[in-house]
Every structure is written in C-alpha cells, then in structure tokens.
Design a protein around this ligand. Structure first.
Ligand SMILES: NC(=O)c1ccc[n+]([C@@H]2O[C@H](COP(=O)([O-])OP(=O)(O)OC[C@H]3O[C@@H](n4cnc5c(N)ncnc54)[C@H](O)[C@@H]3O)[C@@H](O)[C@H]2O)c1
Length: 284
C-alpha cells in the first residue's frame, strides 16, 4: 500500500510549469501532474489568432482548470500569458519562484497550426505558427533554466510532433517549427548536461484535441489528395470513411503518461531524445 502511494505521488512538491495548459493536451498534463502531488504553474494566451482556424482556449477554461487543481489540494498559479512575450514570461517565472519555489519541471506545450501549401501561405500564417511553436518554446526554456542551474537539477520537455520528424503537406511552417524544436532540444541537452538537467522532446501523432478535430482540417482533406496523404494513417486505422472516429486519434492522456515518465527519475538517463508517441505512424 505504501509502495502504491509513493508511485502515485511521484511529483509531490515539485513545481511544474506547463504552457498552453487551458485545454487539449496541456490540460491533461496539468491534471496528471496534479494527481501526483505537483504544484502547478499553468499559462495560456487564452486568445484567438487570426490565422488559426480552430478554437483556442478561453479564459473560462483556464479558470476552470485552476479551480479543478485547487480542489485537488494542489497549489496553482494560473496566468493569461503568451509564450511569445518574453517580459511576461519572465514575470511569470519570477512569480512562480516567489510563490511556489523554483521551477523543477517545464512542459513547453503551447502550439498552433493552420493549413496552406507553402507557396500560398501568408506571411502572417508563417509568423504566428513559427513564433508560437518555436520561439515560444525557446522563451519558455529561457525563463525557466536560471531557476534550475543553481540546484543542478531539472527536467525540460518540449512538445514537438511527428511533424518534427517528417514532412507534411500544407504544414511547412509547422513542420519547420517542430523540426526546429528538436534542434533546440539537442542543443539545450548539451548545454545543460553539466547541470544535471534533462532536456527531451515528445513527438505525438494525431491526438484527440481541437487541433485535430476541426472544420479546417476536414476542408483541407476535401481540397485534394495532398493533405489527405499526410493523414493516410488514419484511413489505415479506421478502414472507413469516418476519418475521425475515436479509434484513430490518441487520447491526450496517452501523451500525458509519456510526459510524466520523461519528467520522472526513471527517465534520468535520457537527454536530447525525441520520443515518438505515434502508434507506429513513423514506422509504417
Ligand atoms: N493534437 C495533435 O494531434 C498534436 C500532435 C502532435 C503535436 N501536437 C502539439 O501538442 C501541443 C498541444 O496541442 P493540442 O493538440 O493540445 O492543441 P490545443 O489547440 O488543444 O491546445 C493548445 C493550447 O495552446 C494555447 N496557446 C496557443 N497559443 C499560445 C500562446 N501564444 N501562448 C500560450 N498559449 C497558447 C491554446 O490556447 C491552447 O490552449 C502543441 O504544441 C501541438 O503542436 C499536437
């Protein structure tokens, strides 16, 4: 019984900073860490971007998550903070250190995408996705690392994608940013090894969130065979015309399990790695 309790509270008193936490996978990660005893710093921009064709999080969703974590008995800071705003992110990291203690674990999760062939993509589409998905990850790491260095301890998890490993039609900005995240992770792993800080990336396949279930993606499929080819694994999995049945998208909790493992002591020998959680997508 004592053994079970210790397994379930792997992150007791750890300060965990998660970006893009108000819904989707970030929310699932926050609740999973909370169940294991963590103190949470959750942030989300809680706004809609002009080029992002599906609903992002609302302030009410962030408030709901914060209340749910509090009701579990865990301390939590919830902030409307944009990961591309360096000054705001620095202020949030400082507040976290002051109120909860130094950050132990970072999950740089906030991310967006839109669809267009590279030559039709607008500059605004490129900038919004690359800024949030790549610069935002760098900023998240930059503001957190100084709290880890003096203690020579820390875990950094950056959310990439299978799009960080292969090309995908109509997603060049996203693919470039997610490949960039892997470059950042490898470099940080080298820089932070002397400080005993593990830095790894996670590369999910299609997950059951707004990012994957929205009219824009259905329209991209309808527009021609290119985007559909990118997602053909879904057809193989479903073997039906219903591309988005429950069987083809991974539940967010499946990704949380790997995130928590990477943040745990059991994964202490991994650094600079890119871990696919892809149901075999990259192998087929
Ligand atoms: N859903 C998938 O199939 C899938 C697959 C591979 C990787 N990913 C990646 O996983 C991560 C989470 O995606 P998701 O599926 O949960 O998407 P989601 O849209 O459900 O959640 C993303 C969250 O990020 C927030 N966000 C957006 N811009 C922000 C900003 N500038 N600052 C702070 N927060 C911001 C949104 O409000 C939202 O709450 C992303 O990095 C995404 O690229 C998703």
């Amino acid at each position: 019984m004592v053994f079970v309790a210790s397994i379930r509270r792997r992150f007791q008193e750890k300060v965990v900073f998660i970006t893009g936490a108000a819904h989707g996978m970030g929310r699932a990660h926050a609740l999973a860490f909370a169940r294991e005893g963590a103190k949470l710093v959750i942030c989300d921009a809680c706004r809609q971007y002009e080029t992002i064709p599906y609903p992002l999080a609302t302030p009410a969703e962030l408030a709901d998550l914060s209340a749910e974590i509090e009701s579990m008995g865990n301390p939590v800071i919830a902030a409307h903070t944009d990961v591309t705003d360096l000054a705001a992110m620095q202020a949030l990291a400082a507040r976290a250190q002051h109120e909860l203690g130094p950050i132990d674990i970072v999950v740089a999760n906030a991310g967006v995408y839109s669809f267009a062939p590279s030559w039709e993509m607008s500059e605004q589409q490129w900038d919004e996705t690359v800024n949030i998905d790549l610069k935002g990850v760098w900023i998240t790491c930059k503001v957190s690392i100084p709290q880890m260095l003096p203690r020579k301890s820390g875990k950094i998890l950056c959310v990439s994608s299978t799009a960080g490993i292969k090309g995908m039609h109509s997603l060049s900005h996203y693919v470039a940013a997610k490949h960039g995240v892997l470059g950042l992770v490898k470099t940080l792993a080298i820089e932070l090894a002397p400080y005993n800080i593990n830095v790894n990336a996670i590369c999910p396949t299609s997950v059951d969130t707004n990012m994957c279930k929205n009219q824009a993606i259905y329209d991209a499929f309808a527009a021609g065979p290119g985007p559909l080819a990118t997602y053909e694994h879904m057809l193989e999995l479903t073997n039906s015309i219903n591309l988005f049945s429950d069987r083809d998208l991974l539940p967010p909790q499946a990704i949380s399990e790997v995130v928590l493992w990477l943040a745990s002591d059991e994964a202490r020998h991994l650094t600079g790695s890119a871990i696919p959680v892809d149901a075999g997508y990259l192998t087929r």
